[in-house]
Every structure is written in structure tokens, then in C-alpha cells.
Design a binder for this molecule. Sequence first.
Ligand SMILES: NC(=O)c1ccc[n+]([C@@H]2O[C@H](COP(=O)([O-])OP(=O)(O)OC[C@H]3O[C@@H](n4cnc5c(N)ncnc54)[C@H](O)[C@@H]3O)[C@@H](O)[C@H]2O)c1
Length: 218
Amino acid sequence: MSESPQQTTLGDLVECDLVIESVVEDLAVKLPLFAELDSICKPEAILATNTSTLPVIEMAMATDRPDQVCGVHFFNPAPMMSLVEVIEPLTASEATIASAIAFAEACGKSPVRVKDRAGFIVNALLFPYLNNAARMLENGTATAEDIDEAMKGGCNFPMGPLALLDLVGLDTSVSILDALYDEFKDPNYAAVPSLRRMVSAGRLGRKSGAGFYDYSRK
Ligand SMILES: NC(=O)c1ccc[n+]([C@@H]2O[C@H](COP(=O)([O-])OP(=O)(O)OC[C@H]3O[C@@H](n4cnc5c(N)ncnc54)[C@H](O)[C@@H]3O)[C@@H](O)[C@H]2O)c1
């Protein structure tokens, strides 16, 4: 696959072998985009999504090439994180999955293959922990700093859960939890009230300058 220069309109994607969608975590936005990409991109192109949790099958079925749609899920910050989850919806061909794995390897990443279930591997396991850290802060068990310090020092994690929520973005995190809860109805996936209130207040984490921590002077 050849490298393309930066493009700014969908029409510029016509010659791409692989397109990875990474717009806001909202199926209502992604589905029409997949239909549009399907009409624009060359017939042999693979259309992939970087979604963290949403059903890839829905995006596949929004196209006339469901066998050529899969998930290619990078982790934040993508240049530093070695993992890519390659997500396999029911409709994907083996050739599509093999191409996505080859692409991830060509990017220097370590791909893992996973079925199309909300949260795939990492976020299905990670988000109950992040949500419960926000709950712990909400309950007044400890300060944000001490919760993060405890998980770094006690578990050797590179960053604490509340700092990680700020990095992911609280709006994206609530969308991820909602998609997980929608699929599994597990109370651990039900976003705690304080997360939603922070999103309503525009405290989205690093990208807005404030979340659990203040980034305005950093
Ligand atoms: N934030 C993370 O840590 C992270 C990690 C891995 C994957 N992802 C996934 O990547 C995707 C984007 O996440 P994010 O955190 O960057 O979201 P975000 O909400 O911060 O940014 C989304 C961007 O998409 C743009 N956008 C919205 N609709 C669009 C459209 N129709 N066409 C083109 N652009 C459009 C918005 O203007 C915005 O710039 C989501 O699917 C998310 O689940 C996020």
C-alpha cells in the first residue's frame, strides 16, 4: 500500500487501498459516512473504522462491500502505543482481515485479532476500572491525585485511571461506556453520574483544558 499525502476532502480518498475512519464516537455520524465512503472509494478498497466500541457490523452493512469492512483500532497516543486491535465483523472476508493485519504490522504495530463485540478486548476490560475510579472519587474515598498515585505505585501502571480518562476524553469515554452498557447491560459499564455532568460542563479532559485535572497552564 502506498503512502498518501494529507488530504482534506472525501473525494481525495478515491485512490486509497485502505481508509480508516476516525470521526466522533457516534454511530449516527459514522453510518452515513460509511455509505458515502462506499460510493466514493474504489471497489477493491478496504473501509476500516477506528471505533473504540461501536458495532463494526453496522458500519459494514451501511456499505455495499460488507466483506471489505473491518475495525483497525489504534491506541492513544497512536505513535507510541504498540497495539492495534483488528476487529472482525461477521461479514469480513479473510483477505480483508489479513490485509488489515499486514497494514498494522507495516506500521510497526503488534496487531491482535478480535471478534466484533463492544469494547473488543482492551476497552471491555479497561472501562469498568476507569468508571469505578470515577465512582471512587465521586464517593469521596480518596482524592484524584491519590487514586492515580495508588494505581501507578501499586500496580506499576504508567498513568492513573483519572489521568487516562482525561487523555481519552470524557465525552469519548462516556460514549464508550454507553456502547458497552448497551451491549452487555453490566452495571460496571453504566457511566457514573459525575462523568456525564463533567461532559455537560464542557470538562472533557486534556482536549478542553480541564477534566479531573487542570491543563490550562501546562
Ligand atoms: N480518544 C481516544 O483515546 C481514542 C483512542 C482510540 C480510538 N478512538 C476512536 O477514534 C474516534 C475519534 O475519537 P476522538 O477521541 O478523536 O473523538 P473527538 O470527538 O475528540 O474528535 C472527533 C473528530 O471528528 C470530527 N468529525 C465529526 N464528524 C465528522 C464527519 N462527519 N467527518 C469528518 N470529521 C468529523 C470532529 O470535528 C472531531 O474533530 C472514535 O471512534 C474513538 O472511539 C479514540
